[in-house]
Design a protein around this ligand. Structure first.
Ligand code: IMP
Length: 451
C-alpha cells in the first residue's frame, strides 16, 4: 500500500480503531437498548446518557435480579464503571434520589460510580402540572406523553428560564429563581382552570434537601469525559427513547422533546462529534410505539395482540400497552441515514417464533405514489399505506439461541431479508432478555466495533 493510501480511513480500518460508540434506538423506543448496553459495558470505561429523563425505562435482567433504570445509565451495574448523566438530560432530583437509593440497596457503589452534569436541567413538580394541562387542552391532539414533566422542562430550557443542577446547588440563588419559574407555571395552570394546591416553599425545601444529597455526585461532566478520553478511556453513549421520537427528525409533533439521534450524544455531553467513532442502531424484529401518532405498520388484529403478549409489550415507566406492528423498512433506512449506523442489533426475534407468516413493509404508498422515503408530516404518514412483502415464519423456538447457524433457516432468511432491504447489517441478534441469549455474527462490523 502506498504512503497516501495508508492514511485513508476505510470503513474497515475506521471500525477497527473505534473507541467511543453510541448505542441508540432505531425505531420508536423500547428496542432493548438496556440489554445491549449492559452486554457491552464491560468493554468501556464510562457509560454516558445524553438526553431524556425518567421517561425512559431500561429493564436489565441479571440472573434472577431485575433492574429498571430510568435515569442512571445501566452501566452502573458493572463494578468499577462510571455512569454519567450528561448535560442533555432533564432530571427530577427526587426520582434520581429514589433510583440511587435502590442501587445502593443492591450494593452498587453509587458514590464512586455515578456522576451528574451540573448543566443538566431540573424538572419541577409544576412542570408535570403544565404538562397535564397541555395534554388535556380541548381540541388539541394529545401527544400521549409519559406525564413526567419532560416536555415542559425542555421548553423552559429552550425559553432560557430553566433551572440547572448547578442552580439547584446554589443555595442563595435557587430559592428565588425556582419561585419565579413556579409562579409562571401556576399562572398558566390557573388560566386553564387547574386548582391544584402548590406550595412553593415545600418544593424549595424538598429540592434543597435533595440537592445536598446529590451534591457530591454533581460536576462538569464534559471536563470529566475529556479527561477520561485523554487518559485513554472509552465511552459508551446510551441513547434513550428512539430515533423516530427525536425532536428534530422524528414523527413530529408525536415525539419527545430531546435529541434522541446520534447528534444528541455530542450536544448532550459536551463530547465533540470528532470523538465519536461509531453508532449502532437497535431495532426490534418487529416494531412498537407507545403514545399517540401515526404508525403505518400497526397490527390492530390478533397478530398484534400475540406480539404484545409474547413480547411483554407494556411500558416499563407507565405500564401502558405498547402498540405493536411489523418491521418498517423505510423507517429503519431513514433512521440509519440520520444516525450513520451500518450495523444494527435485531432484538426480540424469538417473539415472532409462533407466526406462520411475517409481513414486512418495504415501501409506502402515499397519496397514490410509492415511496421509500419517510413523509415529513404526520398527515402524510397517517396516509401512508404499507407495501408488504411476506416472509414465511419458522414456527419453532429460537429462544436463547446464540449461534447464527443454529437459528432455523426461515429465521435466518428473515434477518437477511431485513438486511437486504435496509442496506444495514444485522451484526447481532437477541433471542431473549439474558446477556447470553445473543447471536453475534462472525466477521460483522458489530463484532469489530464492540470487541
Ligand atoms: P414524553 O417523552 O413524556 O414527552 O413523551 C413523548 C412521546 O414519547 C410519547 O409518545 C411517549 O410515549 C414517548 N416516549 C417517551 N419515552 C419513551 C420511552 O422510553 N420509550 C418509548 N416511548 C417513549
Amino acid at each position: 500500500m502506498g504512503e497516501n493510501q495508508a492514511n485513508v480511513a476505510t470503513p474497515e480500518n475506521q471500525l477497527n480503531t473505534m473507541s467511543n460508540i453510541v448505542i441508540l434506538g432505531a425505531q420508536w423506543g423500547d428496542e432493548g437498548k438496556g440489554k445491549l448496553v449492559d452486554m457491552l459495558a464491560d468493554r468501556f470505561d464510562l457509560i454516558v446518557r445524553y438526553q431524556g429523563g425518567h421517561n425512559a425505562g431500561h429493564t436489565i435482567l441479571i440472573g434472577d435480579r431485575k433492574f429498571v433504570l430510568r435515569l442512571v445509565p445501566s452501566g452502573i451495574l458493572h463494578p468499577g464503571k462510571t455512569a454519567v448523566i450528561g448535560n442533555g438530560l432533564v432530571i427530577d432530583p427526587l426520582a434520581l434520589l429514589e433510583e440511587s437509593e435502590q442501587l445502593r440497596a443492591a450494593g452498587i457503589d453509587v458514590e464512586n460510580q455515578l456522576r451528574i452534569s451540573n448543566r443538566a436541567h431540573v424538572i419541577l413538580p409544576t412542570h408535570r402540572l403544565v404538562e397535564k394541562i397541555s395534554e388535556a387542552i380541548p381540541g388539541r391532539v394529545a401527544i400521549g406523553t409519559t406525564l413526567r414533566g419532560i416536555g415542559p422542562t425542555y421548553e423552559d430550557k429552550a425559553g432560557r428560564r430553566g433551572i440547572r443542577m448547578a442552580d439547584l446547588l446554589d443555595r442563595e440563588y435557587f430559592g428565588e429563581a425556582v419561585r419565579q419559574v413556579i409562579a409562571d407555571h401556576v399562572t398558566r395552570a390557573r388560566a386553564f382552570g387547574l386548582n391544584d394546591v402548590i406550595d412553593a416553599d415545600e418544593i424549595v425545601a424538598k429540592y434543597s434537601d435533595a440537592a445536598e444529597k446529590l451534591r457530591p455526585l454533581v460536576c462538569d461532566t464534559a471536563v470529566l469525559l475529556k479527561n477520561a478520553m485523554d487518559s485513554g478511556k472509552n465511552l459508551l453513549f446510551e441513547g434513550a427513547q428512539g430515533t423516530m421520537l427525536d425532536l428534530d427528525n422524528g414523527t413530529y409533533p408525536f415525539v419527545t422533546s430531546s435529541s434522541a439521534c446520534a447528534g444528541g450524544a455530542s450536544t448532550g455531553t459536551g463530547v465533540p462529534p470528532t470523538k465519536i467513532s461509531a453508532v449502532i442502531g437497535i431495532s426490534k424484529a418487529y416494531i412498537t410505539r407507545v403514545g399517540g401518532g401515526p404508525f403505518p405498520t400497526e397490527a390492530l388484529d390478533d397478530q398484534g395482540d400475540l406480539i404484545r403478549k409474547r413480547g411483554h409489550e407494556f411500558g416499563s415507566v407507565t405500564g401502558r400497552p405498547r402498540r405493536c406492528g411489523w418491521f418498517d423498512v423505510p423507517l429503519l433506512k431513514y433512521s440509519a441515514m440520520l444516525n450513520g449506523f451500518e450495523s444494527m442489533v435485531v432484538t426480540k426475534l424469538d417473539v415472532l417464533d409462533e407466526l406462520k407468516q411475517i409481513p414486512v413493509c418495504v415501501a409506502y404508498e402515499v397519496r397514490g405514489k410509492v415511496t421509500t422515503e419517510m413523509p415529513a408530516t404526520v398527515r402524510d404518514l397517517a396516509d401512508a399505506k404499507p407495501v408488504w412483502e411476506t416472509m414465511p415464519g419458522w414456527q419453532s423456538s429460537t429462544e436463547g439461541i446464540s449461534n447464527w447457524k443454529k437459528l432455523p433457516q426461515a429465521a435466518r432468511d428473515y434477518v437477511e431479508f431485513l438486511e437486504k432491504h435496509t442496506g444495514v447489517e444485522a451484526g447481532c441478534i437477541s433471542t431473549g432478555p439474558e446477556r447470553t441469549q445473543t447471536v453475534v455474527r462472525e466477521g460483522s462490523k458489530f463484532q469489530a466495533v464492540t470487541s
